[in-house]
Design a protein around this ligand. Structure first.
Ligand code: B16
Ligand code: MG
Length: 216
């Protein structure tokens, strides 16, 4: 049986949240807005534009579209500067063995991410060739919990939604998978991600028997 396994990027395959945080914090500091790691939690899985709005709301800052555009570019340049030297060591524990197992078992693999920087990250970490389809922030207009990103991935893989399995670390992403009638697997805190059909703290807790059961 051939299933479609769709992976979110940030928080699932790699932990780029820490770099997003550094870049947003730098901007917030320049704008005189206090921005803590707790605040950063709210940006998980959220688009770049929406993330800036959340930070500006936090500081009660009203800004022109021109300023916002400038800050979005600045944040992304800073974020990319942190990614210059990343390599396969950035891949989260347990992810690579699962990706390789799926490949060995002839399963379909896709990316379903809100990030517009997904491709260079997959390239730098050396796992780009493992993906049969990539859908990222450049391809969709509706953010999770809208299921657009996952529906597009299933379509590219030529498979039905019921045949797809989504790995997600954000609540909005789990909701998107559920709305799409896909199997939802939460990666992270089981209480936060309680809407997921299955939950694992991280990929080291997922064994091949579990994957086999999904395939068959
Ligand atoms: P970019 P994911 C999301 O990635 C991140 O979780 C979120 O924090 C970020 O703002 C968003 O991508 C956009 O990223 O600025 O690189 O386009 O979790 O959907 O893989
Ligand atoms: Mg994520």
């Amino acid at each position: 049986n051939k299933k479609a396994f769709i992976f979110d990027l940030d928080g699932v395959i790699v932990d780029t949240a820490k770099y997003h945080f550094l870049a947003w914090q730098k901007l917030a500091q320049e704008l005189g807005i206090e921005f803590t790691p707790e605040h950063n939690e709210e940006l998980k899985g959220v688009s770049r534009v929406r993330s800036l709005d959340i930070i500006l709301e936090l500081g009660g800052v009203d800004a022109s579209q021109e300023d916002k555009n400038k800050w979005l570019i600045q944040k992304n340049e800073d974020y990319l500067s942190y990614l210059v030297d990343i390599d396969e060591s950035e891949i989260l524990p347990g992810v690579l063995p699962i990706l390789k197992y799926l490949k060995d078992k002839n399963q379909l693999i896709a990316l379903g991410s809100a990030s517009k920087n997904a491709r260079p990250i997959l390239e730098k970490t050396g796992i780009l060739p493992l993906f049969d389809a990539i859908v990222d922030g450049n391809d969709v207009s509706n953010a999770k919990p809208d299921p657009e990103v996952f529906l597009r991935a299933a379509k590219l893989l030529n498979t039905t939604n019921e045949n797809a399995i989504v790995f997600e670390d954000s609540v909005a992403g789990i909701q998107a998978a559920n709305i799409a009638n896909m199997t939802s697997i939460g990666i992270g805190d089981a209480i936060i991600l309680h809407e997921a059909q299955y939950n694992f703290e991280d990929f080291t807790f997922i064994d091949f028997d579990f994957i086999d059961a999904l395939i068959n």
